[in-house]
Write a protein that binds this ligand. Structure first.
Ligand code: GLP
Length: 256
């Protein structure tokens, strides 16, 4: 099962996630990181940037990208990843890929899968979760075996993401996203969630039945998952007391 770490704030969560990334990169400066956009990972990037590590050899693969935004649009995930991750962390831009960043859209999925494989796979994948229970942009109904492909966004996700655009109508209807099968191939999944609005999706992902209706539940199939949440996001977890107990009594050699 997932290691669930319940912390006091999003800032504390960022430190825990940054610890895991720092440990990985110190062991392997060319590690492959799975990068997520959205507001959730921001405290992780901030915590990591403050540590002043040399991340110039780290390779990165973003989870997803909108389809149809003009090149250079500030809300394209390429722009977001550049602004929020590549620049502050000192990653090398050429070593960071975003789905559909080269070649025709028809083969973008297969091309991306091949690129991830050529890099040796993702070592640590950072994940947020959407209110529909999506991870990446794998909306309800996504196959647990799915690979990188074009998807249609739900209206709920478009509404949730409208805050980043001038008008809700500007939010694209399509995206290219790593599949649940792609995400499950990463060697370590670190899922973060903050706030009461995520509590139901988070509880479904961690404790609910395995179901494509809640794509985040796919994490239950993975042998190494760390879920880092604040109290509000943890509020619907049935076994929260056990998670706290297990974290408090973790053995000295156990690391995330
Ligand atoms: C988007 C992204 C997801 C992200 C989710 C949650 O839809 N494609 O990768 O996890 O939103 O976003 P936030 O972290 O802003 O709540």
């Amino acid at each position: 099962m997932a290691e669930v770490v319940i912390v006091g704030s999003a800032e504390d969560a960022g430190q825990v996630a940054a610890d895991a990334i720092e440990h990985l990169v110190r062991a392997n400066p060319r590690a492959v990181l799975g990068l997520a956009t959205g507001s959730t990972p921001l405290t992780t990037w901030r915590a990591l940037a403050a540590r002043g590590l040399d991340l110039s050899q780290v390779r990165g693969f973003a989870l997803d990208e909108y389809v149809g935004l003009p090149a250079g649009h500030p809300e394209s995930y390429r722009s977001v990843i550049t602004r929020e991750v590549v620049e502050p962390l000192g990653l090398t831009p050429e070593l960071v890929r975003v789905p559909a960043d080269s070649g025709p859209i028809e083969t973008a999925g297969a091309d991306y899968e091949a690129a991830i494989e050529a890099a040796g796979g993702v070592d640590l994948q950072i994940l947020g979760i959407g209110r529909t229970g999506h991870i990446g942009f794998n909306e309800p109904g996504s196959s647990f075996a799915s690979l990188t492909r074009v998807k249609t966004l739900t209206e709920q996700t478009r509404i949730d993401n409208a805050r980043f655009f001038d008008s809700p109508e500007d939010v694209p209807r399509h995206c290219v996203t790593q599949g649940l099968g792609t995400i499950l191939r990463a060697r370590h999944l670190v899922l973060l969630a903050f706030g009461a609005a995520k509590a139901a999706a988070l509880a479904g992902a961690v404790e609910g039945p395995l179901t494509a209706s809640l794509p985040g539940s796919a994490i239950q199939l993975h042998p190494r998952v760390t879920v880092i949440v604040d109290e509000a996001a943890a509020s619907e977890l049935q076994h929260a007391d056990y998670y706290r107990y297990a974290w408090e009594h973790r053995l000295p050699w156990e690391r995330l």
